[in-house]
Design a protein around this ligand. Structure first.
Ligand code: ATP
Ligand code: MG
Length: 224
């Protein structure tokens, strides 16, 4: 199974969500590859940081080096993913933003796409482009599924409710894109865990709310 975590906007939580999902799968003894195709290499750096703590379960990381001189980046990605597919039960792909060619290629082989999104206008303006990419991916694979995952939702329930309603309003115009019912709030433990090469559920002291949220998201992702 290939899970692509992507989207156009920077800083929406793609790497955070990819690393958390990959780790939680590994904790269930799945043979997982975290595949980093973002030139910023954040997921790769996260794994390096993680290796400093031998007590944490190891996460396999794959990386595709794509620079501006690479011709046909889409084909490179497709070939790589196809070659890796038989070696792992799951591949969680962290696709950087900005390059739609790379995202389109990854989506063409994906079973599921997660588009993290901060509930703000700027992020939601990208929904139209994402919807077109989803339509393209559905032509490649009928069973392909894609969902928006709201991230960094305000911890104030009244503000959160408004943010979610606004997002649902945007999404209602697109019939091939819905959102996960569960979402992640903006919580310092999520950020601190990432900085230390950990998943949120590994971070001490445990943030119960953050842990509960990521567990719910994880469950929903696996059932999507
Ligand atoms: N739910 C959250 N609560 C608090 N901080 C968060 C949360 N999600 C992500 N962050 C923080 O926000 C920043 C951006 O997140 P992340 O790097 O995962 O985004 P990204 O989409 O991968 O960014 P880029 O487009 O640069 O690759 C990081 O510092 C991360 O720790
Ligand atoms: Mg990233």
């Amino acid at each position: 199974m290939i899970i692509v975590v992507g989207g156009q906007k920077g800083g929406s939580g793609k790497t955070t969500i990819a690393t958390n999902i990959a780790t939680m799968r590994v904790m269930e003894n799945r043979n997982v590859l975290l595949y980093d195709i973002d030139p910023q290499r954040t997921a790769t750096l996260w794994v390096s940081r993680r290796r400093e703590d031998q007590s944490l379960p190891g996460i396999s990381i794959g990386r595709e080096v794509l620079d501006k001189r690479t011709v046909n980046v889409g084909i490179v990605i497709i070939n790589q993913l196809q070659a890796l597919q038989s070696k792992y039960q799951e591949i969680v792909v962290d696709v950087g933003g900005a390059n739609n060619q790379i995202l389109r290629a990854a989506l063409s082989l994906a079973d599921l796409a997660i588009f993290p999104m901060i509930p703000s206008g700027f992020d939601m303006w990208t929904i139209e482009t994402l919807s077109k990419l989803v339509a393209g991916a559905q032509r490649c694979k009928e069973s392909f599924n894609a969902k928006v995952l709201l991230n960094k939702v305000n911890t104030n329930p009244v503000t959160a409710k408004k943010q979610i309603e606004e997002c649902d309003d945007f999404l209602s115009d697109f019939d091939n894109l819905t959102r996960f019912d569960n979402f992640l709030s903006e919580r310092i433990a999520v950020q601190r865990a990432s900085n230390e090469g950990m998943a949120t559920i590994e971070y001490k002291p445990t943030d119960l709310k953050a842990t509960e949220e990521i567990k719910s998201v994880y469950k929903e992702v696996l059932n999507a």
